[in-house]
Structures are given as C-alpha cells and as structure tokens.
Design a protein around this ligand. Structure first.
Ligand code: TEU
Length: 547
C-alpha cells in the first residue's frame, strides 16, 4: 500500500514521538514521596536525551486525588501536591527551551465532587443541578437508579444524594458527569482551553473524549459496556459539535493547538469520525496496544490504522502503553490470546506465570516495530526502561479507585503507575529524597538493573535501544515517505518505509534477512548477523537505498 500524505500539512505532531510523563511517578522535587512539577523540571533533560519531540502530562489541576487527578476540582489551579501555577508555567518554559512541546490532559466528561459547581448542586443553588445529570430514581419510592448504566470502575453509575435525587457518574461517585447540554458547561471549557493555550500549552489530550454527550432518553444500556458501540452514555453524535467548536479555538493560535482524543471503541469507523478535518487532529488507536503478540493480528491492526488514517487525511497514532493498562512487558510475558484484548483483560490472569524475560524481548521488538511505522508514537514513561507491571502491591497500599469500587475483584491500574527508578540498588531508587516507605506507591525490590543510571551507556539496555531508535527513526523513516508491505515467512512482518526496512519475527525460529540487507538496529541479541531471531525486530537498509 502506498500512502499519500500530501493531504496532511506537516504539523509538529504528525511524526512526533510523544513521551507520556505521568507526573505523580516521574520525579519528586519536594521529598513527600509524590512526583511533582519541580521534580519533573529537574529531570526534563532525561526526556530531551531520549530524543522525543513532546511530552504529555497527566492532569496537574487541583484535585482531591480520588482518581489520581482525573477528578478535577478547579481547572484553573494546579494542585498543591504538584506545585503552583507558576511552577507549571516554569515547566512549559523549560520544556520549550529544550525543544519539547507540551500536551496537557483535559478532563471534560466529569469533575470532582469537590468542584464548586457540584457543591452548589448539592446546596440546591438555582440552576446548579443543570450542570450535572440529576434524575429521579425508579420504583415506587424512587429508590432504584434511573437506569442500568454501570460505572466503568464498578457498581451502578448513579449515586443518590440526601434529598433522594440521583446523579450520574460513569466513573467513581466522586466524579459526577457534567451535562454537556448545558451552555455554561460548554462555555467554561472553551474558556479553560484558552486559559491554558494562552499560558503556552501546545496541545491537549482529551480524557474520555467519547463521553460528554449522553442519549437524552437515558435508555438502559442492556449489557453494553464501556467502549461498546451503542452504549447510550458514549460516542453520541452530539459530541462532535463540541470538538468542532474546540478546533475553531485551536485554530486561533499559531501554530494551531493540537488535540488527541482518548476514545476507547470497538469500531474503527466510529473512531474515524473524531478526526474529521474540522474536529480533533488525532485519536489514540488502541488496537495496537490491545493486539496480542501475533503476526497476523498485528498486521491487521496496523493495516487498518494506516488505511484509516490515509482515508481521512490524518496520521496514525501508535500506543504501546499508558497509565491505564498493564505494562507491555507483562502483557507479552504471558500466553497470547488470538483476539484483540480489552483494556483490563490482563488484570484477570495474574495466576498465569509471567515469563518476564520473554516479555522484555517482545516489548523491545514491539518498540522498534512501533517506531518504524508512519505516524505519531506515544511512549509511556518507564517503558523505555523495560519496567514490568508491579503485581505484588499490598492491598493496604493500593490507590486506584477501581480496587475499592470493584469490591476487590479488579486490582486496578496501580501496577503500571509505580514511581520511576533512577539510580541505586534499593527503593526509592533516586525518585525521591523521602524514605522508600513514603513513595505514594511502593516500588519493588529488584529494579537495580532497571534504573536509568544502570542502563545509561549500556548498549544492550532498553534505554539505549529507545534512544538510538528514536534518533534513527528520523533519518530512515522520514515523514511522508512511502510505506509498503513486503512478502516474508508466516509468523513475521516485513515492510519498507522510506529508506528503511523493518522485520519483526513473532515466531520461534530465526528468519534470514535478504542477502543485501545492511542491519542498522536490532531489538535483541541476534543469533547471527543476517537473521532476525525469535521475538526480535531488525531494522535494515539495502545498498540501493543508501544513495
Ligand atoms: O480513562 C478512560 C477509562 O475509563 C479507561 O482507560 C479505564 O481506565 C480502563 O478501562 C480501566 O480498566 C481515562 C483516564 O485515562 C483514566 O486514568 C481515568 O481514570 C478515567 O479516564 C476517568 O477520568
């Protein structure tokens, strides 16, 4: 397939590598055990040295932290745990000075129950409940929830307030959903966008971008779950008008501000609607992240994403990990199903032993595959260190509301959010000046070889692999260059992109490279110079291309 990128003006994000900097776990600047803005500023050079183009920061707004900051109490203030508004502007300046763009998270589907709007709603202030979704209950005395919608985190999506009315929360009860039929809600978010764009933010990642607008009949979901097409709380046609208005705001700025939407959906056709020319520039295409380690399935998801991006004149977006899913090393360390997995699927099979060495091998191969593809690549902090999911966090230390709301049946997402290890042989591995016992999530023993210091300069390390790959990517897989699948053996994928070839071996036997191949980077310890070993990706050029 030849891709035609002529329709995409080269925007900075089009072929960018974006580093997801999860603030709470990136670096602690004030020794309280929680990562913060000044901690991150002190370690920004680490991101720059990785060679990425941009960072995406998890929410830093004022928040009671019921859902790690995705419960926002005030979008115009920075939470004291993270620093001050001044610090956040300082971070924007520092990042820009290092040549990094900054994307921040915006959370428009819901706010914190501590937000002044929700307090006003509880206090019965005139019109205040209109900003949320309050309904009468069902049953003779209204004691049953208005419909059967389930919270994504477990339990009913409705909670009852003192006077008997019910309010909607598609996530935790402390995250009441906003009513996007309400003009004040729309206007406030437009003002919030301008507020941060004016402060220098380059783009926004939109949390639950397919939420916001609900089917106003509030029909039962009848078994449809989060992400399923047809769920009346998600992916309603009306949401697109919100993004058309947002895009007009982004276009007022030079360069135009960027939006990437978080849209979990089972339908790529529905996903494509968010990136129509007058809507968001990009959406996360989560199929790549949810695909098993399997040549056929990977090819399917890559092909679909590329075709789709081409059809709509956008760029594909490749994600291998984020703060909501099991770390890639651990996902690939267990047996691989023959289906696209759901975001929480891996948390259901902790009983199965994990072969972490195999997981690391495959994660490294997947990283080279990801970085060779045309489009934007997102790297979740810690994946460049080859960190695994922490599966032994004691129940008493768990933070994710999923753990509580699922009644302990789903351990939640803490295992991929553990603070980064920088140096040393013991927790806290240089993450904080506080004692290890005080990090907001416990780090495991056994990360001595995974720290930044341990991997720095070691050519076999995952960190150096990422650094080299990100640099080479620019040279050989140039923006706009043609992309073409090539014939190879079953159980492998081979494509040419620009000046380079990328061969991934998903199988168990080594595969010969073409005779004239000049290997330039490999994810593993190859069993021979002219082969791609099992679970290995090799990048190569061929003589006729180098000229
Ligand atoms: O996530 C959307 C979301 O609901 C899923 O990713 C969810 O975390 C997963 O299905 C659980 O297994 C966004 C944020 O990325 C997430 O961290 C927030 O908790 C959530 O929205 C609510 O704001």
């Amino acid at each position: 397939m030849e891709l035609d990128h002529a329709s995409v003006d080269r925007a900075w994000w089009a072929d960018a590598v974006v580093y997801q900097l999860y603030l709470k776990s990136y670096a602690d600047g004030n020794a309280d055990g929680v990562g913060d803005i000044n901690g991150a500023r002190a370690r920004l050079a680490y991101v720059r040295d990785l060679g990425v183009d941009a960072i995406w920061l998890s929410p830093w707004y004022k928040s009671p932290m019921v859902d790690a900051g995705y419960d926002v109490a005030d979008f115009r203030q920075v939470d004291a745990q993270f620093g001050t508004l001044e610090d956040s502007v300082g971070l924007l300046d520092d990042a820009h000075a290092l040549g990094l763009r900054v994307i921040v998270d915006i959370v428009p589907n819901h706010v914190s129950s501590q937000h002044e709007w929700f307090r006003a709603a509880l206090a019965h202030e005139a019109g205040a409940r209109e900003r949320f979704v309050f309904r009468e209950g069902r049953g003779a005395d209204g004691s049953l929830p208005p419909n059967d919608w389930r919270s994504t985190f477990g339990g009913s999506a409705w909670s009852r307030v003192e006077d008997g009315a019910w309010y909607l929360h598609m996530f935790a009860p402390e995250q009441p959903d906003l009513n996007w039929e309400n003009d004040e809600v729309r206007q406030d978010f437009e003002a919030i966008l301008r507020y941060w764009f004016d402060l220098g933010v380059d783009g926004m990642r939109i949390d639950v971008a397919n939420g916001l607008v609900k089917d106003q009949d509030f029909p039962d979901a009848r078994g449809a779950e989060f992400g399923d097409t047809g769920h009346p709380a998600f992916d309603q046609d009306g949401v697109h008008e919100v993004y058309r208005a947002w895009r007009r705001i982004a276009a007022e700025y030079v360069p135009e501000r960027f939006f990437v939407g978080e849209v979990w959906t089972d339908s790529n056709a529905r996903l494509a609607r968010y990136v129509r020319p007058d809507e968001l520039q990009a959406v996360f295409q989560f199929d790549f992240l949810q695909a098993p380690w399997d040549a056929k399935r990977m090819r399917e998801v890559i092909e679909t994403a590329l075709e789709q991006a081409d059809e709509i004149g956008s760029m594909a977006t490749w994600v291998l990990g984020n703060h909501d899913v099991t770390r890639v090393v651990t996902r690939y360390a267990r047996s691989q199903p023959d289906v696209i997995m759901g975001p929480a699927w891996d948390r259901t099979r902790w009983d199965e032993p994990a072969d972490l060495e195999r997981g690391v091998r495959r994660a490294r191969a997947a990283a080279l595959l990801q970085l060779a593809l045309p489009g934007t690549a997102y790297v979740y902090q810690g994946d460049e260190l080859g960190l695994e999911e922490c599966e032994t966090i004691p129940a008493s230390r768990r933070q994710d509301p999923i753990w509580r709301l699922s009644g302990g049946t789903d351990v939640g997402r803490d295992g991929c959010r553990v603070p980064l290890p920088y140096a040393g042989t013991e927790p806290p591995y240089g993450f904080t000046a506080a004692p290890a016992a005080r990090t907001w999530l416990p780090q495991p023993r056994g990360w001595a070889a995974k720290t930044v210091a341990a991997q720095n300069g070691d050519p076999h390390s995952t960190l150096e692999l990422y650094r080299l790959a990100i640099r080479l990517r620019r040279k050989i897989f140039e923006y706009g260059a043609s992309f073409e699948w090539m014939e190879t053996v079953p159980g492998a994928l081979l494509f040419r992109h620009g000046r380079g070839w990328c061969l991934t071996n998903f199988g168990t036997a080594p595969i010969d490279l073409p005779l004239d191949a000049l290997p330039i980077l490999a994810s593993g310890e190859r069993s021979g110079p002219a082969v791609a070993g099992p679970d290995e990706t090799v990048w190569f050029t061929r003589e006729q291309v180098g000229s």
